[in-house]
Design a binder for this molecule. Sequence first.
Ligand SMILES: NC(=O)c1ccc[n+]([C@@H]2O[C@H](COP(=O)([O-])OP(=O)(O)OC[C@H]3O[C@@H](n4cnc5c(N)ncnc54)[C@H](OP(=O)(O)O)[C@@H]3O)[C@@H](O)[C@H]2O)c1
Length: 315
Amino acid sequence: METGNKSNGMKRRDFLRTGAVIATSGMFVALNGTRVSGSSSAKKVKNPVPEIKLHNGIKMPILGFGTNTLTGDVGERCVADAISVGYRLIDTAHIYGNEEAVGAGIKKSGVNQRELFITSKLWVDDSGYEGTKKAFQTTLNKLGLEYLDLYLIHRPRGDVKGSWKAMEELYEAGKIRAIGVSNFEPDQMAELLSYAKIKPVINQIETHVFFQEHIAYEYLKETGVQMQAWSPFAAGRNGIFSNTVLAAIGKKYGKSIAQVCLRWHFQRGIVAIPRSSQKVHMAENLDIFDFKLEKTDMQTIAKLDLNKTQFPEWG
Ligand SMILES: NC(=O)c1ccc[n+]([C@@H]2O[C@H](COP(=O)([O-])OP(=O)(O)OC[C@H]3O[C@@H](n4cnc5c(N)ncnc54)[C@H](OP(=O)(O)O)[C@@H]3O)[C@@H](O)[C@H]2O)c1
């Protein structure tokens, strides 16, 4: 595998298995600039996103880029744009039908995978031991990658136990740097933990100001599983981008509603993966690390919780 980081003399397998090369103490670690590969005078790209350390020791950016619905040429262009403005975490899934486009966008960006954090997900139709092994290889082929940074069980359906065993083996074989789940309720997570040899690093669940998931938040904190927010803007539902409470808070700091939402996630220690098809929005959504929501603003936002999904159709 091409590494782009040969100077540290680390073998691919060591990199995949340990993450020790980048581990440091403390929860958030400011990223250094990263190098764009492909030219002898590789240029530094400013990367403003702090990282979080997962329980297996590897680090991931606390803010990433979601790709649901971004398919084909649009998907390729958006992923390349997102990486060019500073995203390093890219979230895709088999069911989005865009793994090839995401892979093409990564390639187009010129940034080596070692500088990135690529997530994909196992769809329910492929659950079970054999299905998972096969689906994982298909995902790698579509992305054009040799390993994944993170692979998630997309939903707790089908033969979860068989899938988890296959994922544990892929992790131990060095094909995935971290394994986790998505859309698991606390009781479903507890069941998985009852037989898992390797604890999931992440649970990616719907989380935004209208569905704050306090029970899952506390449960995941207790179990040491990192919470990740999908649809951090509720995909624009419930009038989030014209919400007057969020607008008033944003005005105080000279920030947009989107930035207030993402800063709220960050201050809760949650990894968020906003999607955008517009480069200007992509950049705006990264610009959240130069202000801090006061406690009173966090409390005001807490009151926006409706404590229910904004996607009832996905039941
Ligand atoms: N695990 C799961 O089951 C699951 C489920 C759903 C989603 N996800 C993941 O989570 C990601 C994010 O969720 P999502 O795609 O549902 O939606 P989202 O990120 O909550 O919202 C996306 C919407 O926000 C708009 N937007 C983005 N930045 C903006 C800004 N600065 N100002 C105004 N509007 C802005 C986008 O429009 P523009 O394009 O015009 O910017 C788009 O319409 C997905 O893409 C996917 O990777 C996972």
